[in-house]
Ligand binder design. Sequence first.
Ligand SMILES: [Zn+2]
Length: 84
Amino acid sequence: MATKRKKSCPECKKRFSYASVSDHKWFPFCSERCKLIDLGRWVNNEYAFVEDLSRGNDMKDQINFDEIEDPDVRAALEELEGEL
Ligand SMILES: [Zn+2]
């Protein structure tokens, strides 16, 4: 049986559980809604970043691990890196 991991959503602070990062589509958020709220912030603050996304670049390639403070998110990204 797969162990569920728990994380609190950085947007709404609600706790949610997930089996794995690749299994939870909206990670590190609990839901699409929270992910979109966060993305909306990027749109306002970092328009160039969103423009890159719309050109089809993989968001993961633009993430600087050193700038990520949340250890859960860092671990998750490193895990994804290993799977791809
Ligand atoms: Zn949330």
